[in-house]
Design a protein around this ligand. Structure first.
Ligand SMILES: [Zn+2]
Length: 378
């Protein structure tokens, strides 16, 4: 089959790779209909993840049609249209039973993550195999392990372009608002107007926040935020973000501050200590009202220096973090999509065949031409 593979620093290319096969009784094979780029791919593309091997298939978020099921798959049948959560979790280990699929002990190899992280988190699609990764969704076919746990039927009325965001961006955004315990009347600030930041802002609105303000340095992205989610936008190139946020929160500071800025656009060495990054996190800690919650979402470089520990402790802040949620919220998000309460297809600013993968990733990396996400069709 054809698949978009990592081909060394800065390079991706479509290669011929073997078709995936069922390996375990709980596996199924999905023929991909759509897949999307993800900011967490960028360090890998730049050659900053030494665990990556050339030829590994990229693609963290995808949806498609079931073409083959293992004998122990109960919830899916051939020809079902499914979206596959980006986290690979078994559903049965201690962490999965605690409702923490992103911490699953069985969905990961953990070979390389353990020394840096202490314990390995769950694996995912399109990540290096040595970091608990599984062959990704920028391909014609994908093997989906633990299919009953990680794949979800898509309601007929939901388009492919909308549903593909239920794989990861929407559940991560939803989880950001949940971790922040956003409640009616809250003022919420979100750093980063990429797909995850936009979906976090939308989730905060859905949970009843009084005001939601998104901070970014790109006018094109901020226009999407004000146009689609009805939230406020601040461009930190033009305004004093801290003063504005104080002004818009009755002088107290936002109740919940979410750093959804993702991996820095500028190259960093990974997993070595980052010389300067975490600017959004520092600003979030500074802006947050006393006793508020700071949430760190999405993929991150290994280390960030100059963490404002004094402000964090003296203001009595809670800091919570998650790279992703796992699949628990996906069925409810798909239902919201079916009711048009969650609209995501505008995030697919660019749509192209998989053959144009290199061009698509260049657009995505450079945020060129207003690119938020590129959606590929194999
Ligand atoms: Zn598990």
């Amino acid at each position: 089959m054809r698949a978009l593979c990592w081909a060394g620093a800065g390079l991706v290319e479509v290669r011929r790779v073997p078709d995936p096969e069922l390996r375990n009784a709980q596996d199924m094979i999905v023929r991909v209909r759509r897949s999307t780029t993800c900011g967490a791919d960028l360090p890998l593309l730049a050659g900053q993840v030494p665990e990556a091997s050339a030829g590994e298939v990229l693609g963290r978020e995808f949806l498609g049609d079931v073409v083959e099921v293992g004998p122990e798959v109960r919830r899916h049948r051939v020809a079902d249209r499914v979206v596959v959560g980006a986290t690979v979790a078994c559903g049965a280990c201690w962490f999965c039973r605690q409702g923490l699929p992103a911490c699953c002990d069985n969905g990961t190899s953990g070979v390389a993550a353990e020394p840096g992280w202490g314990q390995p988190p769950a694996g995912g699609y399109g990540r290096p195999a040595r970091l608990g990764g599984f062959a990704g969704g920028h391909a014609e076919y994908v093997r989906v392990p633990y299919a009953d746990v990680g794949a979800f039927a898509v309601p007929e009325s939901v388009s492919d372009e909308r549903a593909v965001f239920a794989a990861d961006a929407a559940p991560v955004g939803w989880y950001g608002a949940e971790l922040g315990e956003v409640a009616p009347g809250d003022v919420v600030a979100v750093w980063g107007a990429g797909a995850v930041g936009q979906l976090t802002a939308g989730a905060a609105v859905a949970r009843g926040a009084d005001r939601v303000v998104v901070v970014d340095d790109r006018d094109d992205r901020l226009r999407m935020v004000t146009g689609h989610d009805g939230v406020e936008a601040l461009n930190h190139r033009y305004v004093d973000v801290l003063a504005e946020l104080r002004e818009r929160s009755g002088g107290r500071g936002p109740d919940v501050c979410v750093d959804a800025s993702g991996v820095p656009a500028a190259p960093v060495r990974w997993p070595a200590a980052e010389p300067d990054g975490g600017a959004a996190l520092r600003e979030a800690v500074h802006a947050c009202r006393k006793g508020g919650v700071v949430v760190v979402l999405d993929a991150r470089p290994g280390f960030v220096d100059r963490f404002p520990l004094g402000a964090f402790a003296d203001k009595g802040l809670a800091v919570r973090a998650a790279r992703r949620r796992g699949g628990a919220a996906i069925p409810a998000l798909l239902e919201r999509m079916a009711r048009d309460e969650l609209v995501t297809e505008h995030l697919a600013t660019h749509r192209m065949p998989l053959e144009h993968g290199a061009e698509g990733y260049a657009l995505f990396r450079d945020r060129a031409d207003g690119c938020v996400r590129v959606v590929f069709t194999p």
